[in-house]
Design a protein around this ligand. Sequence first.
Ligand code: UT7
Length: 331
Amino acid sequence: MVRLYQSGIIATGSYVPDTVITNHDLEKIVDTSDEWIVSRTGIRERRIADKDMAASDLATKAAQMALQGSGLTASELDMIIVATVTPDMNFPSTACLVQRNIGAVNASAFDLEAACSGFVYGLIVAAQFIATGACRYIMVIGSECLSKFVNWEDRNTCVLFGDGAGAVILGRVEEGYGILSHILGADGNGADFLTLGAGGSRNPASFETVEKQLHCIHMDGSEVFKFAVRIMASMAEEVVKNAGLRKEEVDYLIPHQANIRIIEAARKRLELPEDRVYVNLDRYGNMSAASIPVALDEAVRQGRIKKDDNIVMVGFGAGLTWAACTIKWAV
Ligand code: UT7
């Protein structure tokens, strides 16, 4: 028989590398300006991983922090899901590397790829295992080392992205708390708008793929922008409605951190004041799947999110994909 348990976030952690690249640093390598980047995106600086650091290293640090806050030992984790578009390698999964690094000997482990929507996708996948009683504690991580896949000569993309990782532990919570509603979606017709084309079975790595920079991120910025503004606003509104909440009952919005203008669209649709939206893209840029969990961890640590608060998370990304959820904070 299927048992149904309510699942919620019981601990958070995050990590960003120390090295800071400011907009002024970028002015020295591509034809751009601090003024253009700030006015079009809201980004002022981003963190960049060292040469020898990969997604699993960032993820491990975030995971250890979440574990510490939870009071659990690594062996109590039943599953590890890592959402990433920048895995250490095609296989083994980054989740298996994290499992080894933290000593989560009883955890199954796999990666999930839904680009910038990946963390919320991971959370909802994890919630199904908690609901049935199949798992008691699940670590969900968003980790990205995007700097390794950026063409540092392409001003259209290199100013946007940064590296980091955020982790949460999902567990059973009291009835009425935890994940109240969610929306997951995709539209593969927009697959070509945001791609990292080489290194897979379509275009295996070759001299030609490297020469043409196909192993780097390519983006039709304005197409993604139009989609993002529409989807962020409509999904934020819909997921709140699905939770049976009124807009004024929303305490905090944790949006994907891609562009301040896109975040504004979601904030306005929910009629929230600016201080109820967590924004860190000025400091970190777009960290894809890591953006939402890093923002969430910072908001929790700053005491902005408290027990009983209604939180909305909403993201969009390559695929195209989108994901949103409403959570009543349980701890
Ligand atoms: O997580 C999902 C990932 N992606 C996104 O969320 C990106 C969504 N898109 C965006 O955020 C925006 O479309 C961008 C920030 C990428 C661009 O802003 P925009 O207001 O849509 O600008 P645009 O694409 O219309 O480009 C305007 C101009 C172009 O010049 P021309 O063709 O009009 O002469 C670009 O070449 O700005 C130029 N441009 C730049 N100029 C200075 C593009 N990048 C830069 C740059 N510095 N870094």
